[in-house]
Design a protein around this ligand. Structure first.
Ligand code: ADP
Ligand code: ZN
Ligand code: ZN
Length: 792
C-alpha cells in the first residue's frame, strides 16, 4: 500500500504529491486526510495524505516509509481535499497553503513545534508528540517551560515561550484573578481609587480576572497595593474558551413571514427538497427581514437532520447576528471568526467536526467549517470585500460556497440590499434566481434621506465639518433622548501636516503616503506600514514654525462634537477597537448608557440594529468616490445604503443626511432615492464602455521589489509573456505603477489582464507563477497573481 502525501514545504516547485509506503501493520491506521510525518531529504516533515493506492509510478525500491501518523481521525475530508485542489489551481497557489488555510491554526502550530522537538530528540520527544497528536481525545499533560527545556535543550528561549503558548491551546487555560478576603474595618478613606476597586471585588461572588479589572481602568499597581495590605488574595482561575458560554440568550420564536418573505422561503425550500445546488440572490432592502428568512431556512435544514453554514462579513462587528442565532438555536451554534484565539477556534472547529454543533456563524474562513451533510449555505452582505482574502491564498468565500453547494447538492443564498454588480448581472441572466424583499418587515418604513451640499455650506459661512442641517438634526435627537450614528471614513486627528511657508508635508519614509496626525499619542502615523514619527512644530524642510494640520479624522470630530453639543460621544475606529472585545464593549456602552452619538469609520455601517437610533449622518460621502478604483461608485452606493439602513429600524422613524461636495453624482443621488435598479443600469453602462467586470474577467499581476529597476524588468517580462500567450480578444493594461507606488519600502508595478474567454488561462498562470517563483525569490522580487481581484 502507498500513500500520496503533500508536504509542508512552501514552494511552488514542490506543488506535487510524493508517494510513501505505508509500514506493515499500519494499513488500518492511515486514511486519506490524515496528518503524517514523512522523511523528506534529510529531514522529517509534516504532510497530509491525499490518496491511497496499491501501486506507485515511482521506483518502489526507492520509496520511503511514512514515519508516523498524527491523528486518530483524519483532519481533512475528501471534500476538503478536492476544494484545496480546486482553489490552488484557480487562484494560482500551493496546495499546502490552501490546506493550511482550511485547517485551524492550532493543528498546524502544534505540528510545527512537535517537529522541532522530534528533530533533536527521540524517545522523550516521541512521548511528547504522542501526547499532543491525540488532539481531541487526549487531554495532554501540562508541560512547563522548564520541562520543555530539559526535553529539548536545542530550542531557543523564544521557541520555548511559543511552545508553552501553543501547549496552552490544547489544555485548560487559566489566568490570574483576585477575590476579596472581606477584612473587617478596612480603612481606605484616604485612597479613594483603592476603595473603589475593593468595592468592585467585594461585590463579586467569584474571583475577578486581573486583566478585566485592568481593562476597566484599575491599574496593576492598584491591585497590588490592595494585595499588599491583605485585603485581597490572588488565584489562578480557569478561562472559558467558549467566549459565549455562561451567557444567557433569551429565546426568540420565529416570526410569521410576510408574503415576500414567504415566497423567498418557499423557493429555497423547493431547492432544498429537490436536493438542488441552486444559487439564490436574496435582494432585500435593509430591515426587510432577510435574516428572519435565513433563520427559518436553517430551522428547516436542522429538522431534516442536515447542517448549515452562515457567513457574515466580519463577526467582530456584528455581535448582534451571533445573538440572534444563539437565541434561535442555542448551543447548536458554533462561532468562528478572527477575534478568537487559536485555542477557541480549535474548540469550535472540533464542536463542528464531532457533530456537537450543527450551525456555524462566522467570517470568511468559516466557509471551511468541517460539516458533513450541509443543507444550506448563506452568505449575508454578499457584496462585502472581506469575503476575499487579501493574502495568499487569495480565495473568495463565495467561490468556495458554490463548490460546497454543488458537493452537498444544497441551496446557496446570497443576501444583500446592494448586490455586487457581478451577482446582480448573474441574476439578470438567470444563472442565479433572484428573490426580492422590497419593503421593511412589520410596519416600518425606510428613513427619509437628504443631501447637503458642503460647498454651499462654505459659501454661506459655515466652515465646520458639521453642516447646519446636520447640527440641527443632532440637537433634536439629544433633546428627545434618541441616538445618532455618524460616519466618517477617516481615522486619526488630521490627515496630514503642512508647512504654510514652503508647502512641505511629512511623508512616510517607507511608503508613498503622507503621515496622519494622531493627537492622543502625539505622533505622525503611517496607515500602511505602521511607521510612527514624532510631531515637530517646526518644518523639517525650512525650519519655519508656521506648520499646521489639514483634514479632519474621527479623533478630531469627536472633539468637535463634544464641544458643539456638550454631549458624550462613543468613537469606533481602528484606534479605539484594537483590543480584543472592544467592538462589543463600545457598542454595548452606546446602547445601554444611551449615549447620544456614535461616531465611527465604516465599521459602524454594518449590522447595527438599535431602536433609539433615528438619525444617521454621513460626514463626507465623497471619501470612497475619490478612490482610484473602478468600483469606487459601487462602493459608495453600497456604503451609503448600508449606513442609512441603521436609522429607524424600530418604532421610531429615521432620518438620514449625506454631506457631500458632489450632490449631483449618481451614486449619491440614487442611494438617496434607494433606487438600486437605476444605479445598476447606469454603472453597467460605464463598465461596458470601460470594459471592466462584469463584462470582462480580471487578473491583476503585481510585481514588487525594493529595487525599482528589478521591478520594471520583471514587469516587462510578464508583459511580454502575456502578449504572446493570450488571445486578441483580451486586453492588457500596463505595466503601470500601482495606485500606491511604494509601500513598506517596496516599489510596486502592475499589469491588468481583462479577458472574456481564455481556456488555457489557468494553466498559463500556474506555469508563469511556478517559473517566476523560484527565479525571483533569490533576487528579492515577488510576483502576486490576483485572480478576480476586488481592488485594482
Ligand atoms: P434584514 O436582515 O433584512 O436587515 P431583519 O431580519 O433584521 O432584516 O429584520 C428587521 C427587523 O424586522 C427585525 O427586528 C426583525 O425581527 C423584524 N422582522 C423580520 N421579519 C418579520 C416579520 N415577518 N414580522 C415581523 N417582524 C419581522
Ligand atoms: Zn517649510
Ligand atoms: Zn509607511
Amino acid at each position: 500500500m502507498f500513500a500520496s502525501v503533500i508536504v509542508d514545504i512552501p514552494s511552488k516547485s514542490v506543488n506535487q504529491v510524493f508517494d510513501y509506503r505505508i509500514p506493515d501493520g499500519m494499513e488500518d491506521l492511515i486514511k486519506v486526510g490524515h496528518r503524517v510525518l514523512v522523511p523528506f531529504g534529510r529531514r522529517t516533515i509534516q504532510g497530509y495524505v491525499m490518496k491511497l493506492q496499491d501501486t506507485t509510478d515511482f521506483d518502489p525500491s526507492r520509496i520511503k516509509e511514512i514515519a508516523r501518523t498524527l491523528d486518530i481521525e483524519p483532519v481533512l475530508t475528501e471534500e476538503m481535499i478536492t476544494i484545496a485542489k480546486h482553489l490552488a489551481d484557480y487562484y494560482v497557489d500551493q496546495y499546502i497553503s490552501v490546506i493550511e488555510t482550511i485547517l485551524p491554526a492550532a493543528l498546524k502550530a502544534n505540528y510545527r513545534k512537535v517537529l522541532k522537538l522530534a528533530e533533536g530528540h527521540t524517545t522523550e520527544a516521541e512521548a511528547a508528540l504522542a501526547e499532543i497528536s491525540g488532539g481531541a481525545e487526549v487531554e495532554p499533560k501540562r508541560l512547563d517551560p522548564e520541562e520543555l527545556r530539559r526535553l529539548s535543550p536545542h530550542l531557543k528561549s523564544g521557541d520555548i515561550q511559543e511552545e508553552t503558548v501553543i501547549r496552552q491551546h490544547t489544555r485548560k487555560k487559566t489566568a490570574l484573578a483576585v477575590y476579596s478576603l472581606k477584612q473587617q474595618g478596612a480603612d481606605l478613606s484616604r485612597a479613594k481609587k483603592q476603595q473603589e476597586l475593593l468595592d468592585v471585588i467585594d461585590g463579586s461572588s467569584e474571583p475577578l480576572f486581573v486583566r478585566d479589572l485592568v481593562n476597566d481602568g484599575f491599574s496593576n499597581h492598584l491591585i497590588n497595593a490592595l494585595h499588599k495590605k491583605g485585603y485581597i488574595e490572588k488565584v489562578e482561575r480557569e478561562v472559558e474558551r467558549d467566549p459565549y458560554s455562561g451567557r444567557i440568550f433569551t429565546s426568540d420564536p420565529p416570526k410569521v413571514l410576510n408574503p415576500e418573505q414567504q415566497h423567498a422561503y418557499g423557493r429555497i425550500m423547493e431547492a432544498l427538497d429537490a436536493q438542488q445546488a441552486k444559487t439564490f440572490l436574496l435582494h432585500g432592502i435593509t430591515g426587510s427581514g432577510k435574516t428572519e428568512v435565513y433563520l427559518q431556512v436553517i430551522q428547516k435544514v436542522l429538522e431534516e437532520g442536515r447542517t448549515a453554514i452562515m457567513l457574515v462579513p466580519e463577526i467582530a462587528l456584528t455581535p448582534q447576528m451571533v445573538n440572534r442565532f444563539k437565541r434561535r438555536f442555542g448551543d447548536d451554534v458554533a462561532v468562528l471568526h478572527s477575534g478568537l484565539s487559536h485555542g477557541e477556534k480549535y474548540d469550535e472547529w472540533r464542536k463542528i467536526k464531532e457533530g456537537r454543533a450543527r450551525v456555524s456563524v462566522g467570517a470568511r474562513s468559516s466557509i471551511f467549517a468541517p460539516f458533513e451533510n450541509v443543507g444550506a449555505i448563506i452568505v449575508d452582505e454578499e457584496h462585502e470585500t472581506t469575503y476575499k482574502q487579501g493574502d495568499r491564498p487569495m480565495y473568495h468565500a463565495i467561490e468556495v460556497a458554490k463548490f460546497r453547494s454543488r458537493y452537498h447538492k444544497c441551496p446557496l443564498i446570497l443576501g444583500t440590499a446592494t448586490p455586487s454588480l457581478e451577482t446582480y448581472a448573474r441574476s439578470e441572466k438567470g444563472v442565479y434566481e433572484r428573490l426580492e424583499l422590497t419593503e421593511r418587515a412589520g410596519t416600518k418604513v425606510l428613513p427619509e434621506i437628504s443631501v447637503v451640499d458642503m460647498s454651499e455650506e462654505h459659501r454661506t459661512g459655515n466652515t465646520s465639518i458639521i453642516s447646519k442641517p446636520l447640527e440641527a438634526a443632532i440637537r433634536i435627537r439629544i433633546e428627545r433622548g434618541e441616538q445618532a450614528v455618524l460616519l466618517l471614513n477617516r481615522r486619526g486627528y488630521s490627515n496630514f501636516q503642512i508647512c504654510q511657508n514652503c508647502g512641505h508635508v511629512p511623508m512616510c519614509p517607507n511608503c508613498d503616503i503622507s503621515l496622519t496626525y494622531h493627537k492622543s499619542n502625539r505622533s505622525l502615523l503611517c496607515h500602511y506600514c505602521g511607521y510612527e514619527g514624532a510631531v515637530h512644530h517646526t518644518c523639517d524642510n525650512c525650519q519655519s514654525d508656521d506648520v499646521t494640520f489639514r483634514g479632519t479624522g474621527t479623533e478630531k470630530v469627536e472633539e468637535i462634537l463634544r464641544d458643539m453639543f456638550d454631549a458624550e460621544v462613543v468613537r469606533m475606529d481602528n484606534d479605539t477597537t484594537r483590543r480584543k472585545g472592544m467592538h462589543e464593549k463600545l457598542l454595548d456602552h452606546f446602547e445601554r448608557e444611551e449615549i447620544p452619538i456614535l461616531l465611527g469609520t465604516q465599521m459602524i455601517a454594518k449590522g447595527l440594529d438599535y431602536p433609539k437610533v433615528t438619525l444617521v449622518g454621513v460626514l463626507n460621502a465623497d471619501t470612497m468616490l475619490n478612490l482610484p478604483d473602478f468600483r469606487a461608485n459601487e462602493k459608495t452606493y453600497q456604503l451609503l445604503t448600508q449606513v442609512s439602513g441603521r436609522a429607524g429600524r424600530h418604532e421610531l422613524t429615521g432620518e438620514v443626511i449625506f454631506q457631500t461636495y458632489n450632490p449631483t453624482h449618481y451614486a449619491i443621488q440614487l442611494a438617496k432615492e434607494n433606487d438600486y435598479r437605476r444605479f445598476y443600469e447606469k454603472e453597467m453602462a460605464f463598465r461596458r464602455l470601460a470594459r471592466y467586470s462584469p463584462y470582462f474577467f480580471h487578473v491583476l499581476f503585481t510585481v514588487s521589489s525594493e529595487d525599482i529597476r528589478k521591478c520594471l524588468k520583471a514587469t516587462s517580462h510578464i508583459h511580454d509573456t502575456l502578449i504572446q500567450k493570450v488571445s486578441d480578444q483580451s486586453i492588457i493594461v500596463g505595466p503601470s505603477p500601482s495606485p500606491l507606488e511604494r509601500i513598506n519600502r517596496q516599489y510596486r508595478f502592475q499589469i491588468l489582464l481583462k479577458y472574456k474567454r481564455e481556456p488555457e488561462l489557468l494553466e498559463m498562470l500556474n506555469s508563469l507563477d511556478e517559473h517566476y517563483h523560484e527565479a525571483y525569490r533569490t533576487e528579492g522580487i515577488s510576483l502576486r497573481i490576483d485572480v478576480d481581484p476586488l481592488v485594482i
